[in-house]
Ligand binder design. Structure first.
Ligand SMILES: [Zn+2]
Length: 83
């Protein structure tokens, strides 16, 4: 059986490396094989795009996670002075 689609196993490895690459730098050969896979695999390119976007969102929350955000309640008291 011959197919031009990249093997599932390759995708599994590629997605794992994409995640790893966000945590730390990959060894050169891993970066090269990942890049090769991304060149032929649209699914993994999409995965990479999505996980980078997701990471940016998570980072944004991590950086802006102050108490004010959590303390924000729908019933905010105004001055505490009733009319
Ligand atoms: Zn793939």
């Amino acid at each position: 059986m011959s197919t031009k689609r990249p093997a599932m196993n390759g995708c599994l490895q590629a997605t794992r490396r994409i995640s790893e690459a966000q945590e730390h730098d990959l060894p050169l050969w891993q970066r090269l094989t990942l890049r090769l896979h991304l060149a032929i695999c649209t699914d993994c390119r999409n995965f990479q795009k999505n996980s980078e976007a997701l990471r940016r969102i998570m980072q944004h929350y991590a950086e802006h996670d102050d108490a004010g955000f959590l303390a924000d309640s729908p019933e905010t008291p105004q001055d505490g002075r009733p009319e």
